[in-house]
Design a protein around this ligand. Structure first.
Ligand SMILES: Nc1c(NC[C@H](O)[C@H](O)[C@H](O)CO)[nH]c(=O)[nH]c1=O
Ligand SMILES: CC(=O)[C@@H](O)COP(=O)(O)O
Length: 158
């Protein structure tokens, strides 16, 4: 469902797990820092809003979204981490590089979640333009970071 139809920050708070006893890892790409920091803040605040303790949210950064798979794996392999959120923003350029990064990181993050049998959330924007990115990082379509955090919480309540 397009973000223009369903706001990324809208969700029902009923039956959302209290995650006071859970530990989260958030891996943030440095590329498009204005966007990824906004996504991180959305995820961080959403986790706190549902009971997560600040000391139980571990942040690491990676150079770009392509490195989110390995950064997510290094986080997921830590036994005390209950869920991982990978934050990135890949903006379409002039070449096919966009496609290779997006495909690699989507498959890579999926592989990590299956390998370590724990939620590893794809909190990566793949917009055509910077405006589309900002619209989804706290703009008119909400914040993908909020959505990623709620997704992690819902998976922990599976
Ligand atoms: N163009 C974007 C990149 N490119 C960098 C790659 O993610 C990677 O770090 C590089 O290819 C070296 O392995 N990364 C983003 O996150 N967003 C972009 O728009
Ligand atoms: C997604 C990218 O790596 C992108 O920024 C590269 O831009 P270009 O395809 O114009 O080289």
């Amino acid at each position: 469902m397009a973000s223009s139809i369903k706001n990324l920050s809208e969700y029902s708070s009923t039956n959302v797990l209290n995650v006071a006893e859970k530990k989260f890892g958030i891996v943030v790409s440095e590329w498009n820092e204005e966007v990824t920091e906004a996504l991180y803040n959305g995820a961080y605040e959403t986790l706190l809003a549902h009971g997560a303790k600040k000391e139980n949210i571990v942040r690491k950064t990676v150079p770009g979204s392509f490195e989110l798979s390995l950064g997510g794996q290094w986080m997921a392999q830590q036994e005390d981490i209950d869920a991982v959120i990978c934050i990135g923003c890949v903006v379409q350029g002039e070449t096919k590089h966009f496609d290779f990064i997006c495909d690699a990181v989507a498959q890579g993050i999926t592989n990590v979640s299956l390998k370590y049998n724990k939620p590893v959330i794809f909190g990566v924007l793949t917009p055509n333009t910077q405006k589309q990115a900002l619209d989804r990082a706290g703009g008119k379509h909400g914040n993908k970071g909020d959505e990623a955090a709620i997704t992690a919480i819902k998976m922990l309540g599976f």
